[in-house]
Design a protein around this ligand. Structure first.
Ligand code: SF4
Ligand code: SF4
Length: 158
């Protein structure tokens, strides 16, 4: 398995995520917070009464289930218009339905990054090794009708 990190994390301020508020990060620092897990590209079910979110292994049609990356990241909105672009200005509304391991959600909640995060480990491979990424176990949404997503609910990683 390649150890190449598809996200540019070179030359960033030392441990910036521990001392700079999310809203003050520059664009590269913001992008580098993404651990590349791919979990936000899984389809979710929301309980209308409790707003509880359940993730499924049914992935967005553009997710590459091996690299855990969007196959058309730069032009994804042309194919998936409702793909949400996470920004400092919308994180307050969006954080609650991001995966609990997501770096943006963790920092938004005042929690530290985990040791397997590439910014700490120095390699993207640790996200796969820790079982956090979706590598190898998703099914594309065009193979599973929406009424069956409930059968594909997954546990949150502990
Ligand atoms: S869940 Fe968060 S950390 Fe994981 S790929 Fe999505 S934005 Fe990045
Ligand atoms: S369009 Fe790309 S970034 Fe958006 S949910 Fe689908 S795979 Fe993820």
């Amino acid at each position: 398995m390649s150890d190449r990190d598809p996200i540019d994390r070179d030359g960033l301020r030392d441990r910036y995520w521990e001392r700079v508020p999310l809203k003050n990060l520059n664009k590269r620092e913001w992008e580098a917070l993404c651990d590349g897990c791919g979990r936000c590209c899984l389809n979710k079910l929301e309980d209308p009464d409790t707003q509880e979110i359940a993730f499924t292994r049914v992935a967005c049609r553009l997710l590459d289930g091996e690299t855990c990356r969007c196959a058309q990241y730069d032009i994804r909105k042309q194919f998936v218009p409702d793909c949400v672009v996470l920004k400092p200005s919308n994180i307050d509304e969006i954080a609650y339905w991001m995966p609990p391991t997501c770096a943006y959600r963790l920092l938004h909640e005042g929690k530290p990054l985990n040791d397997w995060h590439p910014l700490i480990s120095g390699t993207a491979q640790t996200v796969h090794d820790a079982g956090i990424s979706v590598q190898g176990w998703t099914v594309p949404e065009f193979e599973v009708p929406e009424e069956e997503w409930e059968d594909h609910i997954i546990e949150d990683p502990s």
